[in-house]
Design a protein around this ligand. Sequence first.
Ligand code: TXA
Ligand code: MG
Length: 328
Amino acid sequence: MVLLNTSDDNIRKAAEWIKNGNLVIFPTETVYGLGCNATDDKVVSRLYKAKLRPAHNPLIIHVAKPEHGFALADFDQRAKNIASRFWPGPLTLVLAQKKQNGISGTATAGLDTIALRCPAHPVAHKLLLYAGVPVAAPSANKSGRLSPTRPVHTEKDFENDVACILAGGSCSIGLESTVLDLSCEVPSILRHGAVTESDLSEYIDLDKSDRQATEKPKAPGQLSRHYAPLTPIRINAVDLEPGEALLAFGSEKFIGIRGGGSARDLPEDSKRNLSESKDLNEAAVNLFAMLHDLDSPERHKSIAVMPVPDIGIGKAINDRLVRAARRE
Ligand code: TXA
Ligand code: MG
């Protein structure tokens, strides 16, 4: 595995690797992806194995341009409108697959739907363009673990699996794309992200009955404990237990430690602040990176996270935190 900067030559090299059946880690505006040629069943199977991903959980297929997506799935007028407004960008669309579209059945977990995304990150865009094939790419973390927003978060997990990491700095959004299901009559959000309910509501009538909460969630990856650090997480914390690390949102001035002391007494490497000014976009960018920083079961018995408002992108932040805090 080599760590490459994002020069044009290196992006071409990585694109060749993808075309020839290798795995490559690359930046997108949301999180880093672990990518491979989505038409090559063999490498897709290798990707599932490397990521320890259950076979029933399908991958997102990435394309350089919306037109490339149109060749893979049935876009009705509604889907075309959404794509023309939000692509390229942090939105994934679930649609009925076109038959014989060349995509590996392993990548779509044998479903007759497909999840498509056209990322806005210039490095991802070039990589997809140069590769000239659709690219299957889950987040570049082991299944169920914290998502990567910096190259360093991916380095250890896939050392022996990937040809290279394209190191393109920090991701500008920091949370995975919004997943919108357009495969049925009433569209619904399967995963919250930077494209919010209210952004989408301007264009479509959404099913607001949070389907993730029902018995049969439609995004298979949304089922269980996810985005989890090794250290336990305690959400909506208004104070600290001794031995806990603090992930603050807004002022930490009034956060006390039970039994005596205050958050201000914590050592520097035991506290982070998602956003002192309570800016939710800043908090989204920081979320995974700060959880990575604080994740140390030897140092912290748990990570206490202060409440984050459940509005706008705050919904996506809370969704990740709730799943990370689950015990199973
Ligand atoms: O921001 C992102 O979307 C990143 C970057 C790399 O693009 N990718 C990402 O992929 O988050 P992954 O594999 O970690 O998450 C994909 C989600 C999973 O929850 C999966 O179940 C869902 O998309 N998904 C994929 N195909 C689907 C389908 N046909 N129907 C419903 N959900 C689907
Ligand atoms: Mg993921």
